[in-house]
Design a protein around this ligand. Structure first.
Ligand SMILES: [Mg+2]
Length: 435
């Protein structure tokens, strides 16, 4: 049997969860997943006692969010859509898309994926989300009319673009004769898929990746689910991207913010770690098999993820949590009048929940509203009504956010991210300490 743990690969791979597995003595399984225990059974149930089901524990989770702003971060492959043999066919179901759309109408919502950002945008097709592609190395804000973070674009590894093109060519040539292998260009990350290879051919793919990476000391190799990924040696991963987004959106205060991060892969562990270390919310691992994780909660598969998101929507729409809906306005800070009224020039998010005077059970007394002395229920409601996000009777007018004009404007400016990169970049958030 081929041994994937050959010294040449291990020496190049710097991904922490893989090392953790090896340090713990658990061999990489033949399928390359790093997990050898099948779903179900006593071992899975024992593991789930330590990492409870987020659906079964839903009330406990949202109890932690009481009185706080909620933000939602989602991985794509294996989280919103099942892992499939052909990565180009990892299509999102309409049910999942609808669940994410409705979540984003209540809470700021981001997709953080290893895929190229434009590709995952094409899969998800929701302009109102934040996206971080290439493992967080390609970030953009909502591409909707009036969105305050449309200029959030940030590419910390932009200078590696030409090198990644070269790596894509070298890897493609290298695996050309390995049946079932495929190379995917994810902009600042090039992925070598071996899911469809015969197991005896896995080492050949590893050899190609190792050879190409060894020729470029500025690159590193990480691994995901039956995929090896070549990335620039930049201090940036999904955890760093999450920390960056939290900082840019004004969501870094654990006293006011509760984040949910849902992901299935080793690369998501960096984000779980950020939330755990900063006390900023809950990591939810999607897995039907037991595996070491920094996440406290778990869901079994993308179907459970959609069910969890739908429950989150129902929770956010209750009268007690209505301030999320009204105050958030599909991302809290998307209302221009309110932004001008209550925020400085840095584009950060609102620092506290806002309520409409007409919303039932709110009455301007939402937890945390006292943190913004100038923010009153009446001023918020007036601003939202003025901009058309609320009707005169206080009903959210979300369709305003997705107008044809807004979509056309977004489509006409495909270079928005590149243009924004010409501006001074914001300071990088500190890298969380490695364990
Ligand atoms: Mg994934």
């Amino acid at each position: 049997m081929a041994d994937l743990r050959r010294p040449s690969l291990v020496s190049r791979v710097s991904f922490e969860p893989l090392n953790t597995l090896e340090q713990n003595g658990a061999p990489l399984s033949r399928d390359g997943s790093g997990v050898s225990v099948e779903s179900g059974g006593a071992e899975y149930e024992t593991w789930r006692e330590e990492h409870p089901c987020a659906l079964h524990s839903f009330d406990q989770i949202v109890a932690q969010a009481a009185g706080k702003l909620v933000a939602v971060f989602l991985d794509y492959d294996g989280t919103l859509t099942p892992i499939v043999s052909n990565p180009d066919l990892a299509l999102m179901s309409e049910q999942a898309r609808d669940a994410v759309r409705r979540v984003a109408q209540l809470f700021p919502t981001a997709i953080i994926s290893g895929r190229g950002r434009e590709k995952v945008q094409q899969f998800v097709r929701l302009a109102e989300l934040y996206y971080a592609g290439s493992h967080g190395m390609d970030i953009v804000g909502p591409q909707v009319e009036g969105a305050p973070h449309a200029d959030l674009a940030f590419q910390p590894a932009a200078q590696y673009g030409p090198l990644m093109d070269q790596v894509y060519s070298e890897l493609s040539a290298g695996v050309a004769n390995i049946a079932g292998s495929s190379i995917e260009h994810n902009k600042f990350c090039v992925s070598a898929h071996f899911r469809n290879c015969a197991p005896d051919d896995y080492p050949a793919v590893v050899d190609v990746v190792d050879t190409v990476a060894a020729a470029h000391p500025e690159l590193r190799v990480t691994r995901g689910r039956k995929v090896l990924e070549v990335r620039p040696q930049v201090d940036w991963d999904k955890g760093t991207a999450l920390a960056h987004l939290l900082q840019m959106l004004g969501l870094a205060d654990p006293a006011q913010v509760f984040c949910l991060y849902v992901g299935d892969d080793r690369t998501d562990e960096d984000a779980f770690k950020v939330l755990a270390e900063r006390g900023l919310g809950a990591g939810i691992l999607v897995s039907s098999k037991p595996k070491p994780t920094e996440a406290f909660w778990t869901l079994r598969d993308p179907t459970d993820v959609a069910a969890f998101l739908n429950r989150l929507v129902a929770w956010g729409q209750t009268a007690a949590n209505r301030w999320h809906t009204v105050g958030s306005c599909a991302g809290w800070a998307i209302c221009p009048s309110l932004r001008r009224q209550h925020r400085g020039g840095n584009g950060g998010g609102l620092a506290g929940p806002a309520t409409a005077a007409t919303a039932p059970a709110c009455n301007g007394s939402a937890p945390g509203s006292g943190s913004i002395p100038s923010l009153t229920a009446a001023s918020v409601a007036a601003a939202y009504v003025k901009d058309g996000y609320l009707s005169a009777s206080g009903q959210p007018q979300q369709q305003q956010l997705f107008s044809a004009a807004g979509k056309a404007a977004a489509a006409a400016q495909p270079g928005t991210a590149a243009a924004a990169l010409q501006r001074p970049k914001p300071p990088l958030p500190p890298k969380p300490p490695q364990q």
